[in-house]
Design a protein around this ligand. Structure first.
Ligand SMILES: [Zn+2]
Length: 311
């Protein structure tokens, strides 16, 4: 509790207007900034920045964490960075293969940044990029125009230390979370992690097919190995490990346990094992009221467990 108060005092906030919505620039610590956006769906107002990203100031230039959901979003991210510093952008990290992690790559590469992601994320981008464009275009309307898909310049399998001076930045792949290629950006000296889509805070996460097992493992790595003092989640405000576990880990574990029990009680198939599952323990999360999201999450977990046990 005491720690939360301290965090609230340290975080200074300045907003960059995005039409009627806003990206909040939050100074997490010396050299480290989060860019916090909307918790809801992608819209022309938020330009696809319905997530949290950020940037790090090194002696050599700026490292951007996630490039945004559209060209317009990338420009807005750059505008937010320029309010803090006019240093050159040297790297852009894509923390995963979901649209808002990498749809602004074209813009940042144009500024001279090298784009880095995991091998697994790059594979995911190539597999799902076109399909993601089709889904996002209607949500952003004219604000999506000019967005071109650009894949990472450099990929790595497990771990990479960024060759920059002034701050240690480690990129760690733990097997993925929400998407298969999600990585963690770890700043050991600051005990801070940019968790990307491995951590959803404040809002209900979305379980993609086959993701809950790997996702839980990645959260356990965060909890047991990195033990960060500060978590910049992929969705939600800058927080700590306690809230990250409550809002992401506990929900995933809850879904798996509830579905396992249904199977143990004789549920015949994933639909039966997931239907009308009481998820009200998590009704405090934003987007809980979205019944479609809750049902899809339960069904995805049931299908994953059914596939594992029926092999
Ligand atoms: Zn996301």
């Amino acid at each position: 509790m005491l720690y939360i108060f301290r965090l609230a005092f340290t975080l200074a906030c300045l907003s960059v207007s995005l039409g009627s919505q806003a990206i909040d620039t939050v100074r997490v610590s010396d050299k480290v900034y989060a860019l916090t956006g909307d918790l809801g769906q992608r819209s022309p107002q938020n330009l696809g920045h319905n997530m949290t990203s950020g940037f790090i100031v090194t002696d050599d230039g700026i490292v951007v964490i996630d490039t945004g959901g559209s060209l317009a979003n990338a420009e807005a991210i750059h505008a937010a960075i320029r309010k803090v510093t006019d240093r050159k952008i040297i790297y852009a990290i894509n923390t995963g293969g979901q649209d808002h992690r990498w749809f602004g790559n074209d813009y940042f590469r144009g500024l001279g940044a090298k784009i880095i992601a995991t091998e697994s994320a790059a594979k995911d981008m190539r597999a799902r990029g076109a399909e993601q464009v089709e889904r996002i275009k209607p949500l952003l309307g004219g604000k999506f125009s000019g967005t071109e898909l650009v894949y990472p310049d450099t990929t790595f399998a497990q771990r990479m230390t960024l060759p920059v001076n002034g701050i240690t930045i480690e990129l760690i792949y733990t097997g993925g979370g929400h998407t298969p290629g999600d990585l963690l950006v770890w700043l050991p000296a600051q005990s801070t992690v940019f968790a990307g889509d491995t951590v959803f805070a404040e809002r209900m996460l979305g379980v993609l097919p086959g993701s809950s097992g790997r996702w839980i493992k990645s959260l356990e790595y965060l909890r047991d190995t990195l033990k960060p003092r500060i978590v910049v989640p992929g969705h939600g405000k800058v927080t700590d490990m306690k809230q990250s576990l409550r809002d992401s880990y506990d929900y995933l574990v809850f879904l798996r346990d509830a579905v396992k029990k249904r199977f143990a009680d004789g549920a015949f198939d994933p639909v039966e094992a997931s239907q009308n599952l009481d998820q009200s323990r998590f009704s405090y999360l934003k987007n809980y009221e979205d019944l479609g999201l809750r049902s899809r999450n339960a069904l995805a977990v049931a299908e994953e467990l059914f596939n594992v046990t029926s092999k």
